[in-house]
Design a protein around this ligand. Structure first.
Ligand SMILES: [Zn+2]
Length: 405
């Protein structure tokens, strides 16, 4: 464990992200490799959300100050927000949360009970002001991108929606091979000022969440004082391969925001009813999640996640043409491949790719050039897989990617 590296160290070694004094601390910049990791995570989570019936939406990053007055953020969350900015006589705020925007998407039209639930999903960035001393690599940043979703449901649907949200988390935990425990983050009764809404609503929300967790057979630990200001949360705490704990996903049941925004739907008797809101994120923030998986895998990503899956190495200049041909074949098969055609020795190319934790190295010399359809393959652990036909190599790669190993 002493040899383990922080995500900052690995991020630098593998050129995944960088910080600039001019941009500011707590504002990471993702390089092409780091941005590739983000894109992989994004399409992965979108795939899971789509399977559970979520629809994708898009919102801007600022809104009129009035939106956050109405949501209660200005009242209860002010210290963590960037101050309002004035432009052309109007006041805007950089969004500290996505919920109020998504609420306005729901509020665009009247709904019948038959049209619920409405499930809106989006990976989008929100902004949180922190003391500069509290910032830490990707683990604590000023701009956090959430794989955020909000479900607007009838009371009789909320259990099923909770189950779907848990299903997504379960799949993620299994794909990333993470241990976890679940915390029910309740409010702190002695500090009611921190929260929106009355005691009765809070008791109802918390009881409903406990009931759902029990019914779904989920073990949890209840901790007071960790709730969001508008509702209790179910937090997923994962343990990485080094035994470090990270708080990631949350699922929240919320009666307060629908109330404040006066959201309604029409029930089967033609009466107006209030929907219940479910806030859900699986990664939590992409930045924190990336920090966690970088440390969890110590930079040796499984093939499906790797920003560079294969490095091709022509031994000499005369092998370059063949290497380029193989490169194009792999690219067309959606393999993330790079061509190392520097004028370096093969040994130093292998050493560099090993340090970069590239999963496979494909070496192209005289024999490979003569045949044209084979490559000599090595793994990053130094295992020699011998000469493989390109079609066979592609098949092996695809199999490993599909299995997420
Ligand atoms: Zn939310």
């Amino acid at each position: 464990m002493n040899n383990s590296k922080s995500h900052q160290q690995i991020g630098k070694e593998q050129d995944l992200f960088t910080f600039s004094d001019l941009v500011g601390s707590g504002l990471p910049l993702f390089t092409p490799k780091g941005a590739t990791l983000r894109r992989i995570l994004n399409s992965y989570i979108d795939g899971l959300l789509e399977k559970q019936g979520y629809q994708f939406v898009w919102i801007p990053h600022i809104a009129r100050k009035d939106l956050y007055e109405k949501s209660g953020h200005l009242e209860k969350f002010f210290e963590d927000m960037f101050p309002a900015m004035k432009a052309k006589d109007r006041e805007y705020i950089l969004k500290p949360a996505n919920c109020p925007h998504h609420i306005q998407i729901f509020a665009r039209k009247p709904w019948s009970y038959r049209e619920l639930p409405q499930r809106y999903a989006e990976s989008t960035t929100q902004y949180r002001s922190e003391q500069s001393g509290e910032l830490e690599g990707l683990a604590r940043v000023l701009a956090l991108t959430l794989d955020d979703s909000h479900v607007f449901a009838r009371p009789d649907q909320i259990k099923e929606e909770f189950r779907r949200a848990l299903e997504i988390n379960k799949q993620m935990l299994s794909d990333f091979k993470l241990d976890h425990w679940i915390r029910l983050s309740a409010w702190d009764k002695k500090n009611k000022k921190k929260y929106l809404g009355d005691e009765k609503t809070w008791e109802e929300m918390q009881n409903l969440m406990e009931e759902i967790l029990k019914e779904l057979g989920i073990n949890y630990k209840k901790v007071d004082g960790e709730a969001a200001f508008y509702g209790p949360k179910m937090d997923l705490i994962v343990t990485d391969s080094l035994g470090k704990e990270w708080q990631l996903s949350t699922i929240q049941v919320d009666f307060n925001l629908p109330q404040r925004f006066n959201l309604t739907y029409i029930d089967e008797n033609g009466e107006k009813q209030k929907p219940i809101m479910l806030h859900r994120a699986t990664f939590g923030s992409y930045e924190r999640f990336l920090a966690m998986i970088i440390e969890h895998y110590q930079g040796a990503f499984p093939l499906w996640l790797s920003p560079i899956q294969v490095t091709l190495m022509p031994i000499a200049d005369r092998h370059r043409k063949t290497a380029e041909k193989i490169y194009n074949e792999l690219i067309s098969a959606n393999i993330r491949v790079e061509l190392d055609d520097r004028a370096e020795t093969l040994q130093s190319k292998i050493r560099d790719a090993t340090l970069q934790k590239v999963n496979f190295m494909g070496i192209i010399g005289d024999k490979e050039t003569e045949k044209g359809n084979i490559v000599s393959v090595r793994t990053r652990d130094g295992k020699d897989l011998g000469q493989l036909e390109i079609s066979k190599f592609l098949l092996n790669l695809q199999e490993e990617i599909d299995k997420k190993i």
